[in-house]
Design a protein around this ligand. Structure first.
Ligand code: BTN
Length: 244
């Protein structure tokens, strides 16, 4: 836990909306905690270890204690129709932070962060039960060795990609400072598109009732991915290799 100092994080986040930071040794899920407990705007919970970490589409998220940056941040005053944009902004914030750490991240729509073709970060955006707050959950693989990574999807860690692992508290400050700027800005969708590795690819999209295979043509300003003319607002995307 020595690279998760609450004092260091609070000092780094001075002047941002993220002024309440709680560092926990072990929780079930920072996400479940903030979605259900709520709290004031800018509350952040970061955990060294989660016993019931959650991913998108009902999947689990797990990592060995001390190896990942796992946190959730609560934001109020975000209208429900902009909540999906907050999760896209989260992807841009993580990408900027990883660029500063020396990596070359790309985004898989909506907001997996990739290094090469491997996932280094997952992001989960959810509304609280009353719809009055958004919770953004971020899990970044920091210091896992190859055998410690999940096997469901090709994954990597910053240690494996960069040869060294940044301090998790410094990474947290960097992500949240970028998020603070992005939340109130309106001009970052072009940056999202330029980071987006999905655009131009042939993709398979798992929708609630059907599967769609086609070319990812556009990410609209409202965040929807357009595949063969069809706007997709939510779904799981697989990048398919173009047929040689
Ligand atoms: C995904 O890739 O499916 C999203 C993963 C999100 C994981 C983070 S870790 C911190 C927060 N707490 C959770 O239980 N999930 C998110």
């Amino acid at each position: 836990m020595e690279d998760l100092s609450a004092v260091r994080v609070l000092r780094g986040l001075r002047g941002t909306r993220f002024s309440q930071v709680e560092v926990r040794a072990c929780v079930a899920s920072t996400q479940t905690l903030l979605v259900h407990e709520g709290g004031r705007d800018g509350r952040v919970v970061v955990a060294d270890h989660q016993t019931r970490g959650r991913g998108r589409s009902g999947r689990t998220w797990s990592s060995a204690p001390g190896t990942a940056l796992q946190f959730s941040a609560l934001m109020r005053d975000v209208s429900p129709d902009r909540a999906s944009l907050v999760t896209l902004a989260g992807g841009v914030a993580v990408a900027r932070a990883l660029q500063s750490a020396g990596a070359a991240p790309r985004l898989k729509w909506p907001n997996d962060v990739l290094l090469g073709e491997r996932k280094v970060c997952g992001i989960l955006g959810e509304l609280g039960p009353a719809g009055d707050h958004v919770v953004l959950g971020v899990g970044i693989n920091v210091s896992q060795s190859a055998p410690q990574l999940p096997r469901e999807v090709p994954a990597t860690s910053l240690l494996l990609d960069l040869g060294c692992a940044p301090r998790r508290d410094d990474l947290l400050v960097s992500v949240l400072r970028h998020l603070h700027t992005l939340i109130d800005a309106a001009d970052w969708m072009d940056e999202y598109r330029s980071l987006c590795a999905t655009l131009g690819r042939t993709v398979r999209v798992q929708l609630s009732t059907e599967e769609l295979v086609g070319r990812a043509e556009e990410v609209r300003d409202d965040g929807a991915l357009v595949v063969d003319g069809k706007p997709i607002v939510a779904g799981d995307v697989v990048h398919l290799r173009p047929v040689p």
